[in-house]
Design a protein around this ligand. Structure first.
Ligand code: SF4
Length: 421
């Protein structure tokens, strides 16, 4: 049998075994809303993927103990979380695996798998480390997704983004329980539709979501200071990784503004097209990326249109953000989150989100360059911008970060005071 066919057969058998023997597959947390939808999609095929539950300090210490300390912060803490969870005794270690995403880019995100394998090999030799990626990495251990599942995932990204956006705009102005109820009701409806035609009916589902959030719109007359959160993808979104940054800002009377996850996905797709444009790379796949780009962009625009007149602000258009980025950086810079971080900063501060927190993971060279390193050129475009880089390190405490944020909050208050005078 030719090696490709043999590999395909082996992969099929491996994933069949995970289903047949009811393996539990532990996945890291990142985007709580979108990941809940993803897991409900993938588990329909008989897999049992569970997300790591909220953890405390101990998982970070575990990561520091088991991963070499010059690895980046996300690598250290995800490994620490896996080990802490495996140590709870909740799992049959002969029927448990862990799964990690790989971006396929040039930084450590592509090497997480071997790092985690090394950390687990002594204590948990029977636990396989699996991968989810769209770059052809880890052929045997990467989760096989059908076209239907991929299509559903695209819809899940759109719904997850919309819910995150509405929740972030509603929370600072309304009772938390009411916001949570609107979110839960929307999620329950979407989850019940997975696998049915109605899951793809975005117009109908956007209406259902907006209806659940009716009455929870932000107070436009008394809008609170809006703070954009940009930076490395995992630290930006995962409440565990960023020490509940969004909750802290809301508790300080701010409104949090997150870029969408769809924007990050479009950034990845765009970079593949750009590689061909700039360097002639990826001729065989560029047509597929072009199609994906068009479909994705169309989906984001449809959502923005559905939100018109709802009282909630939609996300910025991806191509607008891209153009903003080009004012300060080349769109060929794609290591880590590349040009996307400065582009999001410019789009915010030249619009009406004047305050920005740039999350910076320890050990992440690419994002220090395009994050902290780009603050000056961004501020040159908008001198009234209030931007702070915020470092995250497995050994630093939440109090350190909150003190730093208080500096930004003091600037916000000073600005408001000056406006009133
Ligand atoms: S972008 Fe930075 S934090 Fe993310 S995997 Fe790469 S090195 Fe680590």
């Amino acid at each position: 049998m030719n090696p490709k066919k043999a590999e395909k057969k082996e992969r099929k058998a491996l994933w069949k075994k995970f289903r047949k023997e009811h393996y539990t597959i532990i996945a890291p947390d990142m985007l709580p809303i979108t990941f809940e939808l993803f897991i409900n999609i993938v588990n329909r095929s008989g897999l049992n993927i569970v997300v790591i539950p909220p953890m405390g300090r101990e998982a970070k210490d575990e990561g520091l103990r088991t991963v070499q300390n010059d690895a980046c912060y996300p690598a250290i803490i995800t490994t620490g979380q896996f080990i802490t969870e495996l140590k709870t005794g909740k799992y049959d270690l002969n029927k448990t695996a862990v799964i990690m995403s790989q971006t396929g880019g040039g930084c450590r995100a592509s090497n997480y798998i071997s790092l985690i394998r090394k950390a687990l090999e002594k204590e948990f030799p029977t636990v396989p480390v699996l991968s989810i990626n769209f770059s052809g990495l880890e052929k045997l251990f990467s989760i096989p997704l059908t076209l239907t599942e991929l299509r559903m995932m695209l819809h899940a990204i759109m719904y997850g983004d919309m819910l995150m956006n509405l929740k972030d705009q509603a929370e600072p102005y309304h009772d938390k329980e009411k916001v949570q109820k609107a979110l839960r009701d929307s999620m329950d409806t979407l989850i019940s539709e997975i696998g049915h035609h109605s899951f793809y009916q975005t117009s109908k589902n956007y209406k259902m979501i907006l209806n659940n959030f009716k009455g929870l719109e932000p107070d436009r007359e008394n809008r609170k200071p809006r703070v954009g959160i940009v930076g490395e993808i995992y630290v930006k979104y995962s409440p565990y990784a960023n020490n509940h940054l969004a909750d802290f800002l809301v508790s300080q009377d701010c409104e949090v503004v997150y870029p969408s996850f769809g924007e990050f996905c479009l950034y990845c797709v765009y970079n593949n097209i750009n590689d061909y444009r700039k360097y002639g790379q990826g001729k065989a796949t560029v047509a597929a990326f072009r199609l994906a780009y068009k479909a994705f962009l169309r989906a984001t625009r449809k959502q923005a249109k559905a939100m018109a007149g709802s009282g909630f602000d939609p996300y910025e258009d991806f191509e607008y953000v891209l153009e903003q980025g080009k004012k300060v950086i080349s769109d060929g810079v794609k290591m880590g989150e590349g040009w996307l971080i400065p582009a999001e900063m410019v789009a915010y501060v030249t619009g009406d989100v004047k305050n920005v927190v740039v999350v910076q993971p320890f050990g992440c060279l690419p994002n220090h360059i395009v994050g902290k390193g780009m603050i000056r050129p961004v501020k040159n475009l908008a001198p009234d911008a209030n931007i702070i880089p915020l470092d995250f390190d497995a050994s630093s405490t939440q109090v350190n970060q909150e003190n730093r944020l208080k500096l930004m909050l003091a600037n916000i208050k000073r600005g408001l005071f000056e406006q009133e005078e």
